[in-house]
Design a protein around this ligand. Structure first.
Ligand code: UDP
Length: 351
């Protein structure tokens, strides 16, 4: 009689993506979020390799840590398989932020945005698996599309209707989530997928959408604050410093391995109320100007009416509580010396 084969023991997964003293590669390490993650990793004692092709990031973002003895910066694209392989072969973990974001970019070039995110993810997660190291993959709340709030991780993704451009970014991110899980399962390596909600803070540019830096810049310059649509759409904004800490806590948490976890704030604010808050905190006399969506975005480009994360999983995993209220975030941004590449005049137009 043929006896059933005993199940093959699966190789034990490392307890978490990140452990103390690791060599950590950060793809997109010169970007807005990536650079804050690099700083936080250095604070926590890791050796850090920031890799960025500067298509969306800037070396300026790493200015505060440029001479740090445990930081190495390479200008290269992890959308090139060979680059991703070399980077991962010399690391103990990879935190993947390489990609292109911004609603303005998405509206202008949906195909390019989709392909950039898809390619960097394909190469990044495959190289991590080949090197047998763990990955934290940064995904996006865009994968929830126009679903029911609060957005919970166990709900199906909704990139939208492919005839419209907005879903292309969400589609690339959702695809990359499956890739990350698939490669990790095959290689027996740990993976965490973080779905990021609206993240704000110093070094964020308003050049590609990103409502808060735009409002801050407009209020400072005495220009109209441009509210798209009726301004009743809502978002929840978390400070990038809080988000960077949450991401590293997740990467170090055994309970996060193999999971998708929302990361952000659930403090909801309407865009019109945000404009009023910025104007008041700035002591600005800028008018608030509503602009129909059709005047700003191409036909078929939809806004997300409400975006609120379910945070139960994040709280259960790392005990998360975003530290900074909206007023404090706005005050901090108003106090930061301004160095956005976008000329104030350009901010009155659609982007
Ligand atoms: N928005 C706005 N004025 C601007 C830029 C954005 O009213 O100058 C709105 C945008 O339509 C959206 C919200 O602010 O409803 C957040 O936009 P952002 O591009 O920051 O991120 P999203 O959450 O849409 O990815």
């Amino acid at each position: 009689m043929l006896l059933p084969m005993p199940p093959r023991p699966s190789p034990a997964l490392p307890a978490a993506v990140l452990a103390p003293g690791m060599r950590v590669a950060v793809t997109g390490g010169a970007g807005f979020l990536g650079s804050h993650v690099v700083e936080e990793l250095l604070r926590r004692g890791h050796r850090v390799h920031a890799v960025d092709d500067l298509s969306a990031g800037s070396v300026q973002n790493l200015a505060a840590v440029a001479t740090h003895p445990r930081l190495r910066v390479t200008v290269a694209s992890v959308a090139e398989a060979a680059t991703a392989q070399v980077v991962c072969a010399a690391a103990d973990a990879v935190l993947h932020f390489a990609g292109v974001v911004g609603v303005r970019r998405l509206a202008d070039d949906p195909l390019g945005v989709m392909q950039a995110n898809q390619r960097s993810a394909e190469c990044g997660v495959a190289a991590a698996a080949a090197a047998r190291i763990g990955v934290l993959f940064s995904s996006s709340s865009e994968v929830y599309g126009r679903g029911r709030v609060p957005f919970a991780e166990d709900e199906p993704v909704r990139p939208g209707v492919p005839e419209g451009p907005r879903g292309s970014y969400a589609c690339a991110k959702a695809y990359a989530e499956w890739l990350a899980f698939g490669h990790a399962a095959r290689a027996g390596t740990p993976v965490v997928v973080a779905r990021l909600f609206n993240t704000v803070g110093p070094r964020q540019t308003g050049a590609h959408g990103m409502v808060l830096p735009r409002f801050v810049q407009q209020a400072r310059a005495g220009l109209p604050l441009t509210v798209y649509g009726d301004g009743r759409q809502t978002r929840c904004f978390a400070h990038v410093g809080d988000v960077a800490r949450a991401l590293l806590d997740l990467a170090a948490a055994p309970a996060a391995v193999g999971r998708i976890v929302n990361v952000g704030s659930d403090d909801e604010i309407a865009v019109r109320a945000l404009a009023e808050l910025v104007r008041a905190r700035a002591g600005s006399r800028s008018p608030i100007e509503t602009m129909p969506l059709a005047a700003v975005f191409p036909p078929g480009f939809e806004d997300v009416p409400r975006r609120v994360p379910a945070l139960a999983r994040l709280r259960a995993t790392i005990g998360w509580a975003p530290a900074r209220p909206m007023t404090a975030i706005v005050d901090e941004l108003l106090a930061v010396p301004h160095r956005d590449a976008t000329a104030p005049a350009a901010m009155t137009a659609s982007g």
